[in-house]
Design a protein around this ligand. Structure first.
Ligand SMILES: NC(=O)c1ccc[n+]([C@@H]2O[C@H](COP(=O)([O-])OP(=O)(O)OC[C@H]3O[C@@H](n4cnc5c(N)ncnc54)[C@H](OP(=O)(O)O)[C@@H]3O)[C@@H](O)[C@H]2O)c1
Length: 248
């Protein structure tokens, strides 16, 4: 058994799976949470096998927009303190914005997927966070800082304001709360079939380093913030975007 426990939402795919891998490599026991059991189990088995540490990563199936399903996460944690909660689940949800009902549905869906998932997971585990030393990381998006995603941008921006409050509330207990804001990252399910060669080229050209990000680029930032070296860093937004947005 590892000495530390991490919970990573959306840990079955993309950025979340990369985060689960680096944290498990650092010795955390990692719970990956998502809605699809087969996807979670495959990721958990793959990482645990690669590290030759059976059970290093374990799946928990839960829709984090549903308060009732959070009990599954709390039960899986058991009575161990939680060292790091990585709120990575989310995504862009499209919809029909031709009617007000459609607008309302799309906004609710984006707020649910990107804000409520993080709020409910963090609140469910808040009493279990290690004191002192717990870590909360929120994965937002460059879209929060420069727009471009409508309700998705707004939902991710909401995480920033909430992170500042949470950092103030938990700081006296030596628990840090920070945001990682990724730029364009490939090799995830995020874009589905929405990406075109032109869209890809435009996003790469917007970086200063001339390439797309990888899930590992983001995971390394989360690794730092979730680790012991970052104890004096809280209430911050760390952009990991190849220089697409500067200095904020
Ligand atoms: N890729 C990019 O360019 C990019 C850029 C900026 C920010 N981001 C953000 O980075 C995070 C990870 O995205 P990604 O690129 O790795 O895409 P991804 O592969 O689609 O990952 C999203 C994960 O969230 C999980 N999830 C979604 N809704 C959930 C819910 N209600 N309950 C539990 N789990 C849920 C999904 O699993 P299930 O479907 O099985 O539930 C999936 O594993 C997201 O928050 C995304 O907005 C991505």
């Amino acid at each position: 058994m590892g000495e530390r426990v991490a919970v990573v939402s959306g840990g079955g795919t993309g950025i979340g799976a990369a985060v689960a891998r680096v944290l498990a490599t650092d010795g955390f026991d990692v719970l990956v949470v998502g809605r699809r059991e087969d996807v979670l189990k495959a990721a958990a088995d793959r990482i645990s096998w690669d590290l030759a540490r059976p059970g290093a990563v374990r799946p928990v199936v839960a829709d984090l927009t549903d308060p009732e399903q959070l009990t599954r996460v709390v039960e899986a944690v058991g009575d161990r303190p939680v060292d790091a909660v990585v709120n990575n689940a989310g995504g862009y949800l499209g919809g029909d914005s031709g009617t007000l009902a459609g607008v309302a549905a799309q906004w609710r869906a984006n707020l649910d997927a990107n804000v409520l998932t993080a709020v409910l997971l963090t609140e469910a585990l808040r009493p279990r966070l290690r004191r002192p030393g717990g870590r909360v990381v929120l994965v937002s998006s460059i879209a929060a800082q420069r727009g471009g995603g409508g309700p998705y941008s707004a939902a991710k921006a909401a995480l920033h304001g909430w992170a500042y409050d949470l950092a103030a509330q938990l700081g006296p207990e030596q628990i840090t709360v920070n945001v990682v804001s990724p730029g364009y990252v490939t090799d995830t399910e995020f874009f589905g079939d929405r990406m075109t060669p032109e869209g890809h080229a435009k996003r790469v050209a917007a970086t200063l380093v001339g390439r797309a990000g990888t899930p590992d680029d983001i995971a390394e930032a989360v690794r730092y913030l979730a680790g012991p070296a970052a104890g004096y860093v809280t209430g911050q937004v760390l952009g990991v975007n190849g220089g697409s947005v500067l200095g904020r």
